[in-house]
Design a protein around this ligand. Structure first.
Ligand SMILES: [Zn+2]
Length: 393
């Protein structure tokens, strides 16, 4: 099914390009790719004499010489509000993680992998009995399966028990909530389904935040063609494709999510990967303006922030009380790219994953007060149960 969809998309693009070229006189300068070119130049129809490299082969070495300031260790201690760790974690695993955390100046990880009931208690016990008991905390989880009458009440009661046991928040509610989770009658569970209301009102009453990941990058919902910024990733990972024949559109899911956020203004929601609007910070800003109960974390969208350093800088300054640090995938060697992007004004430096972004990053050069809020102060405010040890006053 996916193959047919891709083929149709590629054909549609080919037709589209053909039409666009036909509209211009004599074809696009230097081929269809040079969108910014100004009209015809001599030699515009030239073809390369050498074999054209594929997308993974062309890796030009930059000749740019500018100051470099790698940042292996964050300037202030950091709370990662969105991490994924084993449950329960073994003493040896935790020793390894704590050593890496110390080198990075990562102070606390929020384990958002999802645990509830006995499993949550096992996870919490493993941390309490470890040598690093103030370095990891838990959020509780809800499994949205076969949602029918009474589900919301039962889930809310379980959430309350989990918080009593020591969970400090709810989530990560994964993207399946919205994309794939179904009700008992087989229909898709809409995120703002009234059956779930007791969960959100209970979170508000218990004063715990809800970490929620809705949908995926916008391009995952678009045809896979050579104008799609995530072509390589979509070509590599079939499960990341959300064709319209099988899934709601990106905007339909965002609309559903926003209705949920607005319906429960007393519930604090942390939208994972910036609600996937890091490529359109104006949209995210309007969302923050309209919904004072919504916060954003920065995991997995560094490539979007680092290609708009001035816009992102101004956004972080304006919304400095609404942003949290979260990395999602726990890879110790990737954190320094975040520190460098947030803390320095470096130019044109490498990003770590070619299928996220084929471009370079630029530093935002955030001021210290904003860095402190991003790294730990906002998290301590939203999640008061996080151990305060190790943070400056
Ligand atoms: Zn996650």
């Amino acid at each position: 099914m996916n193959k047919a969809w891709i083929l149709a998309a590629v054909l549609a693009t080919a037709v589209g390009i053909g039409l666009a070229q036909g509209q211009r006189t004599g074809g696009a300068p230097q081929g269809a790719q040079s969108e910014g070119a100004l009209g015809q130049r001599p030699g515009a129809d030239r073809q390369p004499e050498l074999p054209i490299p594929n997308i993974r082969e062309y890796k030009p070495r930059t000749t740019l010489v500018v100051p470099q300031h790698p940042v292996p260790r964050a300037k202030f201690p950091v709370i990662d509000i969105h991490s994924h760790q084993p449950t329960p974690i073994s003493a040896a695993q935790f020793d390894t993680i704590a050593t890496a955390m110390d080198a990075l100046n990562l102070r606390v990880l929020v384990n958002a992998s999802g645990a509830s009931g006995d499993r949550l208690r096992q996870g919490l016990d493993a941390i309490r009995n470890s040598r690093h008991k103030d370095r990891m905390v838990y959020f509780a989880q809800i499994n949205f399966r076969n949602v029918g009458p009474g589900f919301g009440q039962r889930a809310a009661q379980q959430l309350e028990a989990d918080v009593k046991a020591g969970a400090l928040g709810l989530g990560e509610l994964m993207k399946d909530f919205g994309l794939r989770a179904t009700k008992a009658d087989g229909t898709r569970l809409e995120m703002d389904d009234p059956e779930l209301d007791p969960i959100w009102t209970t979170a508000a009453r218990l004063n715990i935040p809800v970490l929620i990941h809705t949908a995926d990058p916008q391009e995952f919902f678009q045809p896979i063609n050579y104008t799609n910024e995530r072509w390589l990733e979509l070509a590599l990972y079939p499960e990341r494709r959300f064709p319209p024949s099988q899934f709601p559109s990106f905007d339909a899911l965002m609309g559903e999510r926003d209705r949920l956020f607005k319906k429960h203004p007393k519930t604090t929601f942390i939208a994972a990967p910036r609600g996937w609007h890091a490529h359109d910070l104006g949209r995210l800003g309007r969302m923050f303006d309209e919904m004072p109960n919504v916060y954003g974390e920065v995991g997995a969208v560094l490539y979007d922030l680092g290609r708009q350093p001035r816009t992102a800088h101004d956004f972080f300054v304006k919304y400095q009380d609404r942003i949290l640090f979260g990395k999602d995938s726990y890879q110790p060697d990737e954190y320094p790219y975040y520190w460098r992007t947030f803390e320095t004004a470096d130019e044109y430096f490498d990003y770590y994953r070619d299928y996220h972004a084929f471009w370079k990053l630029y530093g935002l050069g955030l001021p210290d007060p904003v860095l402190r809020k991003l790294y730990y102060q906002n998290a301590l405010r939203l999640v008061p149960g996080i151990p305060k040890a190790g943070f400056p006053n």
